[in-house]
Design a protein around this ligand. Structure first.
Ligand code: PGA
Length: 257
């Protein structure tokens, strides 16, 4: 089964509306002829509408970085799925910064996934272990638990269409990366393998799983050559058009397309 690779830029809390429009103009031009890789940008909420308009007729998709799971109401500062429906195709949930800084739990990630799916938005569910867990040999069991908690109650069809990002916390923004072989092993055992256990092999072979954590033009091809890695969630290297476009080109090149 061939899964189309997906490279998504997580801009985090960066770029004004003007900066965002300039960046997506260049990205759009740079990836215009590449259809073998799905390109997605995930700007801050305040720029989503302008970016979405600007990319409307392009092959670059748009994602949000977070969402709340309720439909509406007294949730100061939050954004409902209904409000981003039509603007985005994807939404990152459970990023380690949201888990660590804002206390987001697997239970919340699960509620957010269900709320997004109900609005036709594909969740990009982030999981990954801390340095301490990694050093204590707890990566497999911890990531397994995150997957089980995040997918609770989802149907096989819903899971088959998800994107999951494996991001070891110690590799995010640090310049350190998991080795491609280690990342592939964790993804294969603790994510795809767990999906196969919880659902079936066909579902496991359908879900797209990204690597994230200091992915950049120089190392993306080595990750993409791994059989269980279907793209990347990119922070720092997605903030400049030349490095982000280069990553899409490298991905297409690594896959021989
Ligand atoms: P990084 O961030 O590429 O800057 O390490 C990745 C992420 O947090 O999604």
């Amino acid at each position: 089964m061939s899964r189309k690779p997906i490279i998504a830029g997580n801009w985090k809390m960066n770029k004004t509306i003007d900066d965002a429009l300039e960046l997506v103009r260049s990205i759009r031009a740079g990836v215009r002829d590449i259809d073998s890789v799905e390109t997605v940008v995930c700007p801050p909420f305040i720029t989503l509408s302008a970016v979405s308009d600007s990319l409307a007729t392009s092959n670059v998709g748009v994602g949000a970085q977070n969402v709340y799971f309720e439909e509406s109401g007294a949730y100061t500062g939050e954004t409902a799925p209904d409000m981003i429906e039509g603007l985005v195709s994807y939404c990152i949930i459970g990023h380690s910064e949201r888990r660590q800084v804002f206390g987001e739990s697997d239970e919340w990630v699960n509620k957010k996934a269900k709320a997004l799916i109900a609005h036709g938005i594909t969740p990009i569910i982030c999981v990954g272990e801390s340095l301490e867990q990694n050093q204590a040999g707890e990566t497999e069991s911890f990531v397994r638990g995150q997957i089980e908690g995040s997918l609770d109650g989802l149907t096989a069809e819903q899971v088959a269409n998800l994107v999951i990002a494996y991001e070891p916390i110690w590799a995010i923004g640090t310049g350190l990366t998991a080795t491609p072989v280690d990342a592939n092993r964790t993804i294969g055992i603790s994510i795809r393998g767990v999906v196969a256990d919880l659902y079936d092999e066909a579902t496991a072979q359908s879900v797209r799983i990204q690597y994230g954590g200091s992915a950049k033009p120089e190392n993306i091809a080595s990750f993409m050559l791994q059989p269980d890695i279907d793209g990347a969630l990119v922070g720092g290297a997605s903030l400049k058009a030349d490095s982000f476009v280069k990553m899409i080109e490298e991905t297409a090149g690594a896959l021989g397309s």
